[in-house]
Design a protein around this ligand. Structure first.
Ligand SMILES: C[S@@+](CC[C@H](N)C(=O)[O-])C[C@H]1O[C@@H](n2cnc3c(N)ncnc32)[C@H](O)[C@@H]1O
Length: 347
Protein backbone atom coordinates (compact mmCIF):
# COMPACT_ATOMS: atom_id res chain seq x y z
CA UNK A 1 0.00 0.00 0.00
CA UNK A 2 1.55 3.30 -1.08
CA UNK A 3 0.33 6.24 1.00
CA UNK A 4 -1.01 9.46 -0.51
CA UNK A 5 2.03 11.25 0.95
CA UNK A 6 4.42 8.82 -0.71
CA UNK A 7 2.64 9.30 -4.05
CA UNK A 8 2.81 13.07 -3.68
CA UNK A 9 6.54 12.73 -2.88
CA UNK A 10 7.01 10.69 -6.07
CA UNK A 11 5.17 13.32 -8.14
CA UNK A 12 7.21 16.14 -6.59
CA UNK A 13 10.56 14.37 -7.11
CA UNK A 14 9.88 13.27 -10.67
CA UNK A 15 8.32 16.64 -11.56
CA UNK A 16 11.43 18.40 -10.26
CA UNK A 17 13.72 16.05 -12.20
CA UNK A 18 11.76 16.56 -15.42
CA UNK A 19 11.83 20.35 -15.03
CA UNK A 20 15.56 20.30 -14.20
CA UNK A 21 16.66 18.10 -17.08
CA UNK A 22 14.22 19.54 -19.61
CA UNK A 23 15.43 23.02 -18.62
CA UNK A 24 19.00 21.90 -19.35
CA UNK A 25 17.87 20.46 -22.69
CA UNK A 26 16.38 23.74 -23.89
CA UNK A 27 19.21 25.85 -22.46
CA UNK A 28 21.77 23.60 -24.17
CA UNK A 29 19.91 23.84 -27.47
CA UNK A 30 20.06 27.60 -27.34
CA UNK A 31 23.84 27.50 -26.86
CA UNK A 32 24.51 25.08 -29.70
CA UNK A 33 24.49 25.06 -33.48
CA UNK A 34 21.05 23.68 -34.49
CA UNK A 35 21.54 19.95 -34.85
CA UNK A 36 20.10 19.66 -38.32
CA UNK A 37 22.48 22.36 -39.49
CA UNK A 38 25.48 20.78 -37.71
CA UNK A 39 24.92 17.33 -39.15
CA UNK A 40 24.99 18.45 -42.77
CA UNK A 41 22.61 15.53 -43.37
CA UNK A 42 19.51 16.51 -45.37
CA UNK A 43 16.65 15.82 -43.04
CA UNK A 44 13.51 14.82 -44.83
CA UNK A 45 11.84 12.18 -42.73
CA UNK A 46 9.35 10.17 -44.76
CA UNK A 47 6.77 10.50 -41.99
CA UNK A 48 6.00 13.53 -39.83
CA UNK A 49 8.00 14.00 -36.61
CA UNK A 50 5.79 13.47 -33.61
CA UNK A 51 4.40 16.57 -31.89
CA UNK A 52 5.78 17.76 -28.56
CA UNK A 53 2.31 17.47 -26.98
CA UNK A 54 2.00 13.82 -27.94
CA UNK A 55 5.52 13.09 -26.61
CA UNK A 56 4.77 14.79 -23.32
CA UNK A 57 1.57 12.72 -23.06
CA UNK A 58 3.54 9.51 -23.66
CA UNK A 59 6.16 10.59 -21.14
CA UNK A 60 3.43 11.19 -18.55
CA UNK A 61 2.15 7.69 -19.26
CA UNK A 62 5.63 6.29 -18.53
CA UNK A 63 5.64 7.96 -15.11
CA UNK A 64 2.08 6.79 -14.37
CA UNK A 65 3.19 3.24 -15.22
CA UNK A 66 6.30 3.68 -13.03
CA UNK A 67 4.18 4.69 -10.04
CA UNK A 68 1.63 1.96 -10.73
CA UNK A 69 4.47 -0.59 -10.69
CA UNK A 70 5.44 0.68 -7.23
CA UNK A 71 1.81 0.49 -6.06
CA UNK A 72 1.56 -3.06 -7.38
CA UNK A 73 4.68 -4.04 -5.41
CA UNK A 74 6.69 -4.80 -8.55
CA UNK A 75 9.54 -2.61 -7.29
CA UNK A 76 10.02 -0.23 -4.36
CA UNK A 77 9.63 3.54 -4.51
CA UNK A 78 12.64 4.46 -6.68
CA UNK A 79 15.65 6.39 -5.48
CA UNK A 80 17.11 8.11 -8.55
CA UNK A 81 20.29 8.83 -6.64
CA UNK A 82 21.23 12.08 -8.40
CA UNK A 83 23.44 13.07 -5.46
CA UNK A 84 23.16 15.91 -2.98
CA UNK A 85 22.49 19.51 -4.04
CA UNK A 86 26.20 20.35 -4.25
CA UNK A 87 26.84 17.42 -6.55
CA UNK A 88 23.81 18.22 -8.70
CA UNK A 89 24.91 21.86 -9.13
CA UNK A 90 28.54 20.91 -9.83
CA UNK A 91 27.43 18.46 -12.47
CA UNK A 92 25.21 21.10 -14.05
CA UNK A 93 28.20 23.47 -14.27
CA UNK A 94 30.31 20.68 -15.75
CA UNK A 95 27.54 19.96 -18.30
CA UNK A 96 27.42 23.56 -19.53
CA UNK A 97 31.22 23.90 -19.57
CA UNK A 98 31.44 20.78 -21.71
CA UNK A 99 28.92 21.98 -24.33
CA UNK A 100 31.43 24.02 -26.37
CA UNK A 101 33.57 20.92 -27.00
CA UNK A 102 30.50 18.85 -27.92
CA UNK A 103 29.36 21.55 -30.34
CA UNK A 104 32.79 21.87 -31.94
CA UNK A 105 32.93 18.11 -32.58
CA UNK A 106 29.45 18.20 -34.11
CA UNK A 107 30.33 21.05 -36.44
CA UNK A 108 33.63 19.45 -37.45
CA UNK A 109 32.15 15.95 -37.63
CA UNK A 110 35.09 14.94 -35.46
CA UNK A 111 34.25 11.62 -33.83
CA UNK A 112 37.68 10.50 -32.59
CA UNK A 113 38.60 13.69 -30.76
CA UNK A 114 41.03 13.11 -27.89
CA UNK A 115 40.80 9.34 -28.23
CA UNK A 116 44.18 7.62 -28.22
CA UNK A 117 44.42 5.64 -31.52
CA UNK A 118 46.87 3.31 -29.76
CA UNK A 119 43.92 1.90 -27.81
CA UNK A 120 42.87 0.00 -30.93
CA UNK A 121 45.24 -2.77 -29.84
CA UNK A 122 43.07 -3.44 -26.80
CA UNK A 123 39.62 -2.03 -27.66
CA UNK A 124 37.43 -2.52 -30.75
CA UNK A 125 37.58 0.28 -33.34
CA UNK A 126 33.79 0.80 -33.29
CA UNK A 127 34.11 1.65 -29.61
CA UNK A 128 36.85 4.25 -30.02
CA UNK A 129 34.54 7.14 -30.93
CA UNK A 130 32.92 10.12 -29.27
CA UNK A 131 29.42 8.65 -29.14
CA UNK A 132 26.98 11.59 -28.86
CA UNK A 133 30.10 13.73 -29.52
CA UNK A 134 30.74 13.40 -25.78
CA UNK A 135 34.13 14.44 -24.46
CA UNK A 136 36.42 11.47 -23.94
CA UNK A 137 33.99 8.97 -25.53
CA UNK A 138 33.42 6.28 -22.91
CA UNK A 139 36.99 6.36 -21.80
CA UNK A 140 37.49 8.99 -19.12
CA UNK A 141 36.51 9.62 -15.52
CA UNK A 142 34.98 13.00 -16.56
CA UNK A 143 32.80 11.30 -19.17
CA UNK A 144 31.65 8.73 -16.60
CA UNK A 145 30.78 11.53 -14.18
CA UNK A 146 28.71 13.40 -16.76
CA UNK A 147 27.10 10.50 -18.62
CA UNK A 148 23.98 10.03 -16.47
CA UNK A 149 23.21 13.72 -16.61
CA UNK A 150 23.67 13.82 -20.40
CA UNK A 151 21.27 10.91 -20.85
CA UNK A 152 18.69 12.43 -18.52
CA UNK A 153 18.96 15.76 -20.36
CA UNK A 154 18.43 14.00 -23.68
CA UNK A 155 15.32 12.23 -22.36
CA UNK A 156 14.08 15.12 -20.17
CA UNK A 157 14.48 13.17 -16.95
CA UNK A 158 12.81 9.95 -18.12
CA UNK A 159 15.88 7.72 -18.66
CA UNK A 160 15.80 6.09 -15.22
CA UNK A 161 12.04 5.47 -15.46
CA UNK A 162 12.60 3.75 -18.84
CA UNK A 163 15.37 1.59 -17.36
CA UNK A 164 13.09 0.61 -14.45
CA UNK A 165 10.61 -0.97 -16.87
CA UNK A 166 13.10 -3.83 -17.20
CA UNK A 167 12.28 -4.69 -13.58
CA UNK A 168 8.74 -5.72 -14.61
CA UNK A 169 9.61 -8.96 -16.44
CA UNK A 170 12.35 -9.57 -13.86
CA UNK A 171 9.82 -9.35 -11.06
CA UNK A 172 7.46 -11.92 -12.62
CA UNK A 173 10.37 -14.29 -13.22
CA UNK A 174 11.98 -13.92 -9.77
CA UNK A 175 8.68 -14.29 -7.88
CA UNK A 176 8.66 -17.65 -6.09
CA UNK A 177 12.42 -18.10 -6.49
CA UNK A 178 15.12 -17.52 -3.87
CA UNK A 179 16.98 -14.35 -4.94
CA UNK A 180 20.07 -15.41 -2.96
CA UNK A 181 20.50 -18.37 -5.32
CA UNK A 182 20.13 -16.35 -8.51
CA UNK A 183 22.90 -14.82 -10.63
CA UNK A 184 22.16 -11.84 -12.83
CA UNK A 185 24.46 -10.22 -15.38
CA UNK A 186 23.90 -6.65 -16.52
CA UNK A 187 25.78 -6.48 -19.80
CA UNK A 188 27.22 -3.03 -20.66
CA UNK A 189 26.16 -1.86 -17.21
CA UNK A 190 27.66 1.61 -17.73
CA UNK A 191 27.54 3.65 -14.52
CA UNK A 192 25.36 1.03 -12.82
CA UNK A 193 22.05 2.87 -12.82
CA UNK A 194 20.00 -0.20 -13.63
CA UNK A 195 21.96 -2.43 -11.24
CA UNK A 196 21.16 0.00 -8.45
CA UNK A 197 17.42 -0.28 -9.17
CA UNK A 198 17.70 -4.08 -9.32
CA UNK A 199 19.48 -4.17 -5.96
CA UNK A 200 16.87 -1.82 -4.44
CA UNK A 201 14.24 -4.37 -5.48
CA UNK A 202 16.20 -7.58 -4.66
CA UNK A 203 19.01 -6.75 -2.21
CA UNK A 204 20.28 -10.36 -2.01
CA UNK A 205 20.43 -11.01 -5.76
CA UNK A 206 23.97 -11.85 -6.97
CA UNK A 207 24.73 -9.34 -9.66
CA UNK A 208 27.61 -8.87 -12.10
CA UNK A 209 28.12 -5.75 -14.18
CA UNK A 210 30.24 -6.05 -17.31
CA UNK A 211 31.42 -3.07 -19.33
CA UNK A 212 34.23 -2.17 -21.68
CA UNK A 213 34.88 1.10 -19.89
CA UNK A 214 36.90 0.89 -16.68
CA UNK A 215 35.98 4.52 -15.93
CA UNK A 216 32.25 3.70 -16.13
CA UNK A 217 32.72 0.60 -13.98
CA UNK A 218 34.49 2.72 -11.36
CA UNK A 219 31.51 5.08 -11.35
CA UNK A 220 29.14 2.09 -11.06
CA UNK A 221 31.08 0.85 -8.06
CA UNK A 222 30.48 4.20 -6.35
CA UNK A 223 26.71 3.94 -6.97
CA UNK A 224 26.60 0.38 -5.65
CA UNK A 225 28.94 0.99 -2.70
CA UNK A 226 27.84 -0.83 0.44
CA UNK A 227 25.62 -3.31 -1.46
CA UNK A 228 26.46 -6.98 -1.04
CA UNK A 229 26.76 -9.59 -3.79
CA UNK A 230 27.85 -7.15 -6.52
CA UNK A 231 30.86 -7.57 -8.74
CA UNK A 232 32.15 -5.76 -11.77
CA UNK A 233 34.12 -7.19 -14.67
CA UNK A 234 35.96 -5.15 -17.21
CA UNK A 235 35.41 -6.82 -20.56
CA UNK A 236 33.93 -6.98 -24.00
CA UNK A 237 30.35 -8.17 -24.52
CA UNK A 238 31.63 -9.99 -27.62
CA UNK A 239 33.40 -12.49 -25.37
CA UNK A 240 32.00 -12.38 -21.86
CA UNK A 241 34.36 -13.87 -19.32
CA UNK A 242 31.65 -15.96 -17.66
CA UNK A 243 31.06 -19.70 -17.98
CA UNK A 244 28.43 -21.21 -20.28
CA UNK A 245 24.99 -21.48 -18.62
CA UNK A 246 26.18 -19.63 -15.51
CA UNK A 247 23.52 -16.87 -15.35
CA UNK A 248 19.85 -17.07 -14.40
CA UNK A 249 19.16 -13.61 -15.78
CA UNK A 250 20.90 -11.33 -18.29
CA UNK A 251 19.86 -7.72 -18.79
CA UNK A 252 21.17 -5.39 -21.45
CA UNK A 253 20.13 -1.76 -21.55
CA UNK A 254 20.87 0.83 -24.26
CA UNK A 255 23.77 -1.15 -25.75
CA UNK A 256 22.52 -2.60 -29.03
CA UNK A 257 21.92 0.71 -30.84
CA UNK A 258 25.65 1.44 -30.31
CA UNK A 259 26.88 -1.80 -31.87
CA UNK A 260 27.63 -2.42 -35.54
CA UNK A 261 25.22 -5.04 -37.02
CA UNK A 262 27.90 -7.77 -37.14
CA UNK A 263 28.74 -7.24 -33.47
CA UNK A 264 25.05 -7.37 -32.43
CA UNK A 265 24.98 -10.96 -33.65
CA UNK A 266 28.09 -11.92 -31.70
CA UNK A 267 26.80 -10.29 -28.51
CA UNK A 268 23.37 -11.97 -28.88
CA UNK A 269 25.22 -15.31 -29.12
CA UNK A 270 27.19 -14.51 -25.96
CA UNK A 271 24.00 -13.66 -24.06
CA UNK A 272 22.49 -17.00 -25.06
CA UNK A 273 25.72 -18.81 -24.16
CA UNK A 274 25.99 -17.52 -20.57
CA UNK A 275 22.26 -17.99 -19.80
CA UNK A 276 21.06 -21.18 -18.11
CA UNK A 277 18.34 -23.12 -19.92
CA UNK A 278 15.06 -21.53 -18.83
CA UNK A 279 16.94 -18.34 -17.89
CA UNK A 280 15.56 -14.88 -18.60
CA UNK A 281 16.96 -12.21 -20.93
CA UNK A 282 15.59 -8.67 -20.65
CA UNK A 283 16.50 -6.14 -23.30
CA UNK A 284 15.86 -2.38 -23.22
CA UNK A 285 16.78 -0.05 -26.04
CA UNK A 286 15.35 2.57 -28.36
CA UNK A 287 12.05 2.07 -30.14
CA UNK A 288 12.44 0.84 -33.71
CA UNK A 289 10.56 1.51 -36.92
CA UNK A 290 6.97 0.39 -36.70
CA UNK A 291 6.99 -0.10 -32.91
CA UNK A 292 4.83 2.83 -32.00
CA UNK A 293 2.39 4.69 -34.17
CA UNK A 294 3.67 8.20 -34.97
CA UNK A 295 7.32 7.70 -33.90
CA UNK A 296 9.01 6.63 -37.16
CA UNK A 297 9.67 10.22 -38.29
CA UNK A 298 11.42 11.00 -35.01
CA UNK A 299 13.52 7.81 -35.28
CA UNK A 300 14.62 8.87 -38.76
CA UNK A 301 16.05 12.18 -37.52
CA UNK A 302 17.11 11.24 -33.99
CA UNK A 303 20.76 10.69 -34.88
CA UNK A 304 21.14 13.94 -36.87
CA UNK A 305 23.77 16.04 -35.16
CA UNK A 306 24.04 13.46 -32.38
CA UNK A 307 26.74 10.97 -33.14
CA UNK A 308 25.05 7.56 -33.10
CA UNK A 309 26.84 5.78 -35.95
CA UNK A 310 24.83 2.54 -35.79
CA UNK A 311 21.38 3.91 -34.97
CA UNK A 312 20.13 3.88 -38.56
CA UNK A 313 20.81 0.16 -38.91
CA UNK A 314 19.55 -0.51 -35.37
CA UNK A 315 16.06 0.93 -35.95
CA UNK A 316 15.58 -1.44 -38.89
CA UNK A 317 17.07 -4.55 -37.20
CA UNK A 318 14.73 -7.52 -36.62
CA UNK A 319 15.62 -8.03 -32.97
CA UNK A 320 13.20 -10.86 -32.35
CA UNK A 321 14.80 -12.83 -35.17
CA UNK A 322 18.30 -11.85 -34.03
CA UNK A 323 17.78 -13.32 -30.57
CA UNK A 324 15.60 -16.29 -31.50
CA UNK A 325 18.28 -17.42 -33.99
CA UNK A 326 20.65 -17.70 -31.00
CA UNK A 327 18.33 -20.01 -29.05
CA UNK A 328 16.14 -17.55 -27.15
CA UNK A 329 12.34 -17.70 -27.15
CA UNK A 330 10.52 -14.38 -27.35
CA UNK A 331 8.13 -13.80 -24.44
CA UNK A 332 6.94 -10.21 -24.67
CA UNK A 333 7.66 -6.72 -26.04
CA UNK A 334 6.29 -3.56 -24.42
CA UNK A 335 6.96 0.05 -25.35
CA UNK A 336 8.22 2.33 -22.58
CA UNK A 337 8.06 5.91 -23.92
CA UNK A 338 11.06 6.19 -26.32
CA UNK A 339 12.33 2.72 -25.47
CA UNK A 340 11.02 -0.80 -25.53
CA UNK A 341 11.40 -3.73 -23.18
CA UNK A 342 11.73 -7.19 -24.68
CA UNK A 343 11.93 -10.39 -22.71
CA UNK A 344 13.15 -13.81 -23.83
CA UNK A 345 13.69 -17.21 -22.29
CA UNK A 346 16.69 -19.43 -23.00
CA UNK A 347 15.58 -22.73 -24.54
C1 LIG B 1 24.64 3.92 -23.97
S1 LIG B 1 25.62 3.24 -22.72
C2 LIG B 1 24.45 2.31 -21.76
C3 LIG B 1 24.94 2.05 -20.36
C4 LIG B 1 23.92 1.53 -19.36
N1 LIG B 1 23.47 0.21 -19.68
C5 LIG B 1 22.77 2.49 -19.19
O1 LIG B 1 21.64 2.03 -18.99
O2 LIG B 1 22.98 3.69 -19.21
C6 LIG B 1 26.50 2.01 -23.56
C7 LIG B 1 27.48 1.27 -22.66
O3 LIG B 1 27.93 0.14 -23.37
C8 LIG B 1 29.31 -0.03 -23.13
N2 LIG B 1 29.80 -0.83 -24.27
C9 LIG B 1 29.81 -0.47 -25.58
N3 LIG B 1 30.30 -1.47 -26.32
C10 LIG B 1 30.60 -2.48 -25.46
C11 LIG B 1 31.12 -3.80 -25.62
N4 LIG B 1 31.45 -4.28 -26.80
N5 LIG B 1 31.28 -4.55 -24.52
C12 LIG B 1 30.96 -4.09 -23.28
N6 LIG B 1 30.46 -2.85 -23.08
C13 LIG B 1 30.28 -2.06 -24.15
C14 LIG B 1 29.85 1.38 -23.03
O4 LIG B 1 31.08 1.43 -22.37
C15 LIG B 1 28.72 2.07 -22.26
O5 LIG B 1 28.90 1.97 -20.87
Amino acid sequence: MVSVIAKAGYAARQGTRIAWYMGHYFAARRKQTPSLQASGKPIRPSSPVISRERMLGDMALLFRTDLRNVESGIYPMPDDDDGDLRKVLNRSRHFFRDLAGVDRRRREGNVRDGIDPGLKDTLPTYYLQNFHYQTGGYLTEESADLYDMQVEVLFSGSANAMRRQALVPLSSWIRGRDQRKLAMLDLACGTGRFLKFAKQAWPRLNVTGVDLSQAYLDEAQVHLAGRSACRFLHGNAEHISLADASQDIVTCIFLFHELPPRVRRTVAGEIARVLKPGGLFVFVDSLQFGDREGYDGLLEVFDAGFHEPYFESYVAEDLERLFTKKGLVHLETRPAFLSKVMSFERK
